[in-house]
Design a protein around this ligand. Structure first.
Ligand SMILES: [Fe+2]
Length: 287
């Protein structure tokens, strides 16, 4: 599994680099990437391009194409931003790694996507827990070209700032996890991937659609916000939306009463199935 920009985790304890600003942004310094780092991008890109052709949703593939993310090397954020700003008024800002929750939500609420700049080492092609530039750019940014998803991400940032004040971040983090990072969508061609944690992982791109072990359950907002997740293994449960409009509409109301209700309910295990779940595929228990 690739990492995630936001998993409700604390920002790592580290020294701020001299170029870091109050909003934690840095300069990408594209000229400083080595030939080997660009080659790592090319390797990852070609592997995923082949895997995703019939597994990623059309919105993701169209975003990738229109954005001009290509195989030839780590993209220059300024170049991508020219297209992204014109299309959905989003932009990419460079950050050194995980940033504090309030900073992260504030960026999203202002249609800025914080992306790491470093790329994983060659011995980490298949697994990296923290987000790198391949996960953040290849995984996240194509969906930001879709107008509905772009609005959903901004609303999520606004909701995050509210949830911080209400002490409900662990519930809201699950929504991000099970949609932005690990979401599936039902299409006329069958289940397809839109979650960035999946599209940036070769193994999970196949596993989430074709393996018999995970559950695939129809999206239900309260169910999602009660469900724990694992950050160090493939998911045991995926939540499936019918459309991005459905996702945006379901998450449009003020969550305050939802959090009050959730405070009275128990958490659900990552691999559990409940009697009321709309189960599209009930997974087999791991051997
Ligand atoms: Fe992520």
């Amino acid at each position: 599994m690739a990492g995630t920009t936001y998993a409700g985790a604390e920002a790592p304890d580290r020294n701020r680099s001299p170029s870091e600003r109050e909003d934690f942004t840095i300069t990408q310094d594209w000229d400083a990437y080595s030939r080997e780092e660009h080659e790592t991008w090319r390797l990852l890109f070609h592997r995923q391009e082949a895997v995703l052709e019939r597994r990623a949703c059309q919105e993701f593939l169209a975003g990738m194409r229109d954005l001009g993310v290509a195989a030839d090397g780590i993209p220059d954020f300024d170049r991508l931003n020219d297209v992204l700003r014109r299309t959905t008024r989003w932009s990419i800002v460079a950050v050194p790694g995980l940033v504090p929750d309030g900073i992260f939500f504030d960026h999203l609420a202002h249609r800025r996507f914080p992306s790491t700049c470093f790329i994983r080492r060659r011995d980490q092609l298949d697994y990296l827990q923290e987000p790198d530039v391949f996960h953040d750019i290849f995984g996240h940014v194509p969906m930001l070209m879709n107008p509905v998803f772009a609005d959903y991400m901004q609303a999520y940032g606004q909701g995050g700032l509210k949830a911080l004040n209400l002490g409900a971040l662990h519930h809201l983090a699950r929504l991000y996890w099970y949609t932005v990072e690990f979401g599936l969508i039902r299409t006329a061609e069958g289940l397809r991937i839109y979650g960035s944690g999946i599209v940036s992982s070769r193994g999970e791109s196949v596993y989430c659609l074709e393996d018999s072990r995970p559950n695939r359950i129809a999206f239900d907002l309260m169910r999602v916000m009660r469900t724990r997740y694992k950050i160090d293994d493939f998911q045991q449960t995926y939540f499936v939306i019918d459309s991005f409009d459905q996702l945006f509409e379901a998450t449009r109301p003020d969550f305050t009463p939802y959090y009050e209700e959730l405070a009275k309910l128990w958490d659900i295990g990552a691999g559990d199935v409940l009697p009321n779940d709309r189960v599209l595929h009930r997974g087999m228990p791991a051997a």
